[in-house]
Ligand binder design. Structure first.
Ligand code: GCO
Ligand code: MG
Length: 410
């Protein structure tokens, strides 16, 4: 029996912070797991280093399900982003090891490919319509066949998810979810102004790019169920692929009201950690897409169970894939997405060149489709020299206040 011999927590910041778990077996096989929790990175690093690593060594490295249950039930304190990101990292690393030992890519262990590749969407955004059009065109030139569209709102300043003017320089118009600094920056928000403006943006985009292009939008938990239903209805003529996080979905029952008001396809779940967060949403078919990241939902083992449950209700995947999911977490999503029948779409914000010097990936993006590649395991290697050359430094997501100063959901 090969056992877990070494468990290391690797922290690097090639432009943004990443936490990676590396497990080495008694046979010298290594596996990687993503443990990055944007803006709360060191809490997960400590959980892994102080409470998980010491109880993992000596265990059978092939026992993935048993190790998952050992960490989930064994902790007594179930669920929550720190716990579930830690379990996810262990789970991914063990799947990586199992694949390497078998000489097979992880998607083969999950049942094999059920499609040629995974339709990906990129992040187009802009302050005004011409910049939004340019950003969409830049994505189409890079091969994307689906785009999310985010816009500034007249009268408000910087809005999360919209690249600052001239931000990219590369023509890619990306934004970075966390901003370096000791405290979060603050943005202003006005839901009525946003709801008045957004339909006109989608009208313009549909007019320019035609009816075919899948268009997505992220509402970032900022609306009430009534507001979300109204916005969904106003957007129906523009045939969106999905409206994401239209309300703070901790209150799952609130989505019943949204469903009463609109036929707009809905995607929810990037801040969820377990199947229990989805129970009402799935059984009552209140959403169309599961937005979880492998990294934040207990790993491949748990997200596969969520997707199998969702498949009974015609709900598909739309796994979270912004730049704060490391290339290891992204690779795990691609293996899972390739193997499940109810794949929907995969978010794909490309990582920077500096990040890809730390994480050597074998996934590919061609003709709008992602593929995890056929390297045994997850197909990502960690470059220690590159990793240690970038030290952790604090960075936070911004916070949102209404114009009168009240803190708001975002
Ligand atoms: C998305 C997002 C992200 C998250 C970020 C949080 O990609 O849909 O909402 O931008 O806000 O990943 O860390
Ligand atoms: Mg989102």
């Amino acid at each position: 029996m090969s056992t877990i011999e070494d468990v290391e927590v690797l922290i690097t910041n090639p432009g943004r912070n990443f936490v990676t778990l590396r497990i080495t077996t008694s046979d010298g096989v290594t596996g990687l797991g993503d443990a990055t929790l944007n803006g709360r990175e060191l809490a997960v690093a400590s959980y892994l280093r102080d409470h998980v690593a010491p109880i993992l060594t000596g265990r059978d490295s092939s026992s993935i399900e048993d190790t998952w249950q050992y960490l989930y039930r064994g902790a007594y304190w179930r669920r929550g982003p720190v716990t579930m990101a830690s379990i996810a990292a262990v789970d991914m690393a063990l799947w990586d090891i199992k694949g390497k030992v078998a000489g097979l890519p992880v998607y083969q262990l999950l049942g094999g490919a059920v499609r040629r590749g995974l339709l990906a969407y990129g992040h187009a955004s802009g302050a005004e319509t011409p910049q939004i059009f340019d950003s969409i065109r830049a994505h189409l030139e890079e091969g994307y066949r689906a785009v999310r569209v985010q816009t500034a709102v007249p009268g408000l300043g910087q809005v999360y998810g919209v690249a600052a003017a001239g931000a990219s320089g590369s023509g890619r118009y990306d934004y970075e979810p966390a901003r370096p600094g000791a405290r979060p920056t603050e943005e202003q928000w006005d839901t009525r102004a946003y709801m008045r403006h957004l339909p006109s943006v989608f009208e313009a985009v549909r007019g320019e790019f035609g009816p075919d292009l899948p268009l997505l939008h992220d509402g970032h938990h900022r609306m009430t169920p009534n507001q979300a239903g109204r916005l969904g209805r106003d957007l129906e003529p523009y045939d969106l692929f999905w409206l994401e996080d239209c309300t703070p979905a901790e209150n799952q029952q609130g989505l019943r009201r949204v469903r009463e008001l609109t036929t707009q396809p809905l995607a929810i779940g990037e801040i969820f950690n377990t199947v229990w967060d989805y129970q009402t949403l799935i059984t009552e078919q209140l959403i169309d897409y599961v937005r979880s990241a492998v990294t934040h939902t207990g790993g491949i083992t748990h997200l596969k169970k969520i997707m199998d449950f969702a498949s009974l209700y015609q709900i598909k995947s739309g796994f979270h894939g912004p730049t704060d999911i490391s290339p290891v977490g992204q690779a795990a999503a691609l293996h899972l997405g390739l193997a499940i029948h109810n794949f929907g779409i995969q978010e794909y914000m490309r990582h920077t060149d500096d990040t890809l010097e730390v994480f050597h990936t074998s996934y590919s993006f061609e003709d709008g489709l992602l593929h995890p590649g056929d390297t045994p395991g997850l197909g990502v290697e960690y470059d220690d020299a590159a990793g240690t050359s970038h030290e952790y430094s604090p960075a936070y997501l911004p916070v949102n206040r209404l114009v009168d100063g009240t803190m708001h959901d975002w």
